[in-house]
Design a protein around this ligand. Structure first.
Ligand SMILES: NC(=O)c1ccc[n+]([C@@H]2O[C@H](COP(=O)([O-])OP(=O)(O)OC[C@H]3O[C@@H](n4cnc5c(N)ncnc54)[C@H](O)[C@@H]3O)[C@@H](O)[C@H]2O)c1
Length: 436
């Protein structure tokens, strides 16, 4: 009989990463803004949807920062090469009751321009980076905003949106290099994997911790409503790097949050491509003909992998739903337990089955706001006001987010390899038939 390998050291603890007591995750309308009276200077990089909101979803960092910081918020700079867009969002703010945060905001085309003109009184305490990922996460000029911030504003906290980059696969080591620099400099840095801050997710963590469970399997399914995705770049792999890296990344990240480190060499995947019969879509909001055929995105990507702990993960990303709302589910299985998170974007519901009862308990989280919780934790950490260090925790560090990025690239690459293998086999079969 073959001997069983010893369990991986640390595998039990792999599901016990930093977490927050779910009772501490309070929506905006049930908190008051942070205390103190001094200005809290902030720089925004990017004047787009994530920063100022859009009908596509509930994201809007400026809104959460306004509530968290109250009259202390001073947005000293808004950096965006699209000056007109920046001016338009700024005007809206100045026409509203939050004018005090924006009346002195200056618009800059680039971070370099801001640094050249920054006066000492404008020195920010935090830089919120919501530019497109193709302009960050690398070490080349123009795409190295994180390194520029660390160089010119050492010690200033950074909030960086997900995914950390969408550059070519061979640049992943640059992401790790940036992550190392950030942690060595002890810079406060949070990456926008806000699903980790969902109350339901933290409740799942609590069940795992309290019962000392070892995760056996994670099962993730992410079905987006493609009809409402109107950004041409999203549909273009040369810009977004594809839907797993750009969007499915949230669920790949959650998988890692619960399952621990992924054995990257074990990742296998298949995809349904746009040119296959089953991959035809009838309600796309963009003209796909304008995108080069080799850059068009897959409609379905399905992956499996092993975690270092031995646990097994699966993920399916689907571009098939119409309408507006996404349909996403994430399950974690452990001995005697299943934890199922449904609809995390719209109305999170958590189904828990425990030993001793075949029925699931259902918990609904009607007024949870993970976007506020991630910003709130980030600000608390900068202010260093918490007497209880457990309550302000960054759940997604840059270094960790690079691992999610690497993982999503591995899924994309594995699906492309399967396609290549299939094409090769078909060609060989055709050659055999021809020569028969
Ligand atoms: N966590 C979430 O749920 C969530 C939701 C939406 C977007 N996002 C992420 O936020 C990021 C931005 O997405 P978005 O929807 O706001 O995009 P967007 O296109 O609406 O806005 C991006 C803005 O950045 C500007 N920009 C381009 N290059 C720049 C540069 N070098 N420096 C500064 N600004 C630059 C653009 O002109 C644009 O105004 C993406 O990484 C996206 O994945 C995350």
């Amino acid at each position: 009989m073959a001997s069983l390998p010893a369990s991986t050291p640390g595998s039990r603890s792999s599901s016990r990463r930093p977490s927050i007591d779910p009772s501490r995750l309070v929506p905006m309308d049930r908190t008051s803004h942070i205390g103190g009276s001094d200005d809290f200077n902030v720089v925004f990089v990017g004047a787009g949807n994530i920063m100022f909101g859009s009908p596509e979803g509930p994201w809007n960092h400026s809104f959460r920062l306004e509530h968290k910081l109250g009259p202390r918020l001073k947005v000293v700079a808004l950096i965006d090469p699209a000056i007109e867009r920046a001016a338009a969002v700024l005007q809206k703010k100045c026409d509203s009751f939050v004018v005090s945060a924006y009346q002195d905001t200056r618009i800059f085309k680039s971070f370099e321009d801001f640094m050249q003109q920054m006066s000492e009184k404008d020195r920010p305490r935090a830089v919120i980076v919501g530019s497109p990922p193709m302009f960050r996460g690398a070490t080349t000029p123009g795409r190295d905003i994180e390194m520029q911030i660390m160089k010119h504003l050492p010690g200033v906290a950074m909030f960086i949106e997900k995914p950390i980059a969408t550059g070519p696969e061979h640049e992943i080591p640059e992401g790790f290099k940036i992550g190392k620099m950030i942690s060595e400099a002890k810079t406060i840095c949070s990456v926008g994997y806000m699903l980790r801050y969902l109350k339901a997710v933290q409740m799942m963590k609590q069940v795992i911790d309290e019962n000392n469970l070892t995760v056996m399997s994670t099962i993730a399914r992410y079905a987006c409503a493609y009809e409402s995705i109107a950004k041409p770049e999203w549909w273009d792999k040369s810009k977004s790097a594809g839907p797993v890296i750009e969007q499915g990344t949230h669920f790949c990240d959650l998988s890692r949050y619960f399952g621990g480190e992924v054995d990257i060499s074990s990742v296998q995947a298949h995809s349904l491509e746009w040119y296959e019969n089953a991959g035809r879509l009838s309600k796309m909001a963009i003209d796909e003909e304008k995108i080069a055929p080799e850059n068009r995105i897959p409609r379905v990507t399905a992956a499996t992998w092993k975690y270092d702990s031995g646990a097994v993960g699966t993920f399916t990303h689907v571009v098939a739903l119409q309408g507006h709302n996404y349909s996403c589910e994430f399950e974690v299985h452990a001995d005697g337990y299943s934890l199922k998170l449904v609809n995390p974007y719209v109305l999170p519901v958590l189904y828990i089955r425990k030993p001793g009862d075949d029925n699931e308990t259902t918990t609904r989280f009607a007024d949870d706001d993970p976007f506020f919780s991630e910003i709130s934790n980030f600000v608390d950490l900068i202010e260093d006001i918490e007497e209880d260090p457990e309550s302000s925790t960054i759940l997604s560090s840059y270094e960790d987010a690079v691992k999610t990025y690497e993982f999503t690239w591995a899924i994309r690459r594995a699906s492309e390899k399967s396609l290549e293998a299939k094409a090769k086999a078909s060609k060989e079969a055709a050659d055999v038939a021809k020569n028969a």
